[in-house]
Write a protein that binds this ligand. Structure first.
Ligand code: GTP
Ligand code: MG
Length: 334
């Protein structure tokens, strides 16, 4: 692609050591802190570089240099606009669901799927891992996926099924999914903190954390743990958003909630992570099961600019699919 070539041509610093003021020893320390690429340094704050023995002034200079060499910057409104113009869309596999999302999942932002067990969060994640590999004309991003799995729910067999249905070579599709199981919340954070290189080298265009909250929920118990938990979650989410921006990737997190069907929707569910997760994830979708069967209801709960709305989809052998007119409950027929 011409555009990509231009970006590469403009890049002046390829490795950490190329940046002014970074020698091999400092580069090593930065890597230990999780900064493996110039992109990740461009997104860093001066304070984050302090543990590498870099003073504030020098840190700011390094960050500035790193920023100057990547394609996007994050400060001025005109640049913000330019950045928005680079936003790409990834299909969910269901046209109505894509419509609800304004054309699919956006890159450079976090999309959160929350809902009770079996509502389809992980199934959507699997589907997205396949779809991201499609060419843009089929709604994909021609990229790879990174799947951070906290509940050991990732199934290669399921990917194979979905890939076959789309006429893709399952063997190839499976190779383009980089998988990591996170054993604890600390490990989960560690994985993401060190993901930049893997993202860059493999052209990862989709980063999934499924589930974002399960470890945090089981490890941080009780009122007094609430504040530290939120702080850690906040940090984790910010790392994710920075990766998504630096590499123009889509980021997806899942979040389990208990459904209380007797309560009106607005109060029915309390996603764990509360406000911090809500504010950091830019698009939130609430999933719930229809009365029975494969049909699921997706509700766009918050988005920076899209109206709230609902659409249905179904989970089948083939993956995430649209519901045909005949299959729709009467109330939803258009
Ligand atoms: P938790 O992680 O437990 O919170 O649930 P989740 O929201 O991640 O649910 P998940 O995405 O794992 O959805 C599980 C549901 O998807 C199952 O109950 C099935 O209805 C459906 N499903 C999963 N795999 C298949 C499959 O191979 N074929 C079909 N037809 N349906 C499947
Ligand atoms: Mg799941």
């Amino acid at each position: 692609m011409v555009e990509e070539e231009e970006v590469i041509a403009k890049k002046r610093y390829e490795f950490l050591e190329d940046l002014p003021g970074i020698g091999p020893a400092t580069a090593q320390k930065l890597r230990e802190l999780g900064f493996h690429t110039v992109e990740s340094l461009a997104m860093a704050t001066a304070r984050e570089l302090e543990p590498a023995g870099i003073g504030e002034k020098k840190a700011l200079a390094i960050i500035r240099a790193a920023r100057s060499s990547i394609s996007v910057s994050f400060v001025r409104a005109d640049e913000l606009l330019r950045m928005r113009e680079n936003v790409l869309r990834l299909t969910t596999g269901s046209k109505p669901l894509d419509r609800l999302l304004g054309g699919g999942l956006e890159t450079q932002t976090i999309t959160e799927f929350y809902g009770e067990y079996g509502s389809g969060k992980s199934q959507i994640c699997h589907q997205l891992c396949v779809n991201v590999q499609l060419p843009p004309e089929r709604g994909g991003l021609n990229g790879a996926a990174l799947y951070i799995d906290t509940e050991n729910t990732f199934r290669t067999e399921r990917i194979v099924q979905m890939a076959r249905h789309l006429g893709l070579d399952p063997e190839q599709v499976v190779k383009n999914i980089i998988y990591a199981e996170a054993y604890t919340s600390d490990h989960q954070m560690f994985l993401l903190d060190n993901a930049d290189e893997v993202v860059k080298e493999n052209n990862v265009k989709l980063i999934i954390v499924d589930s974002l909250t399960s470890h945090f929920r089981s490890e941080y118990i009780g009122r007094e743990m609430l504040a530290p938990r939120q702080q850690r979650l906040n940090k984790h989410m910010h790392k994710l958003i920075r990766l998504a921006r630096a590499f123009n990737a889509a980021a997806v997190v899942t979040n389990q909630v208990m459904a209380k069907p007797d309560v009106f929707f607005g109060d029915a569910v309390h996603p764990i992570g509360g406000h911090i997760v809500a504010h950091t994830s830019h698009t939130r979708i609430y999933l719930r099961k229809a009365a029975h069967g494969p049909v699921r209801i997706a509700r766009l709960v918050s988005s920076p600019y899209l109206p709230e709305g609902e659409e249905i989809f179904k989970i089948t052998e083939n993956g995430i699919e649209e519901v045909s007119e005949e299959e729709k409950p009467k109330s939803r027929r258009g």
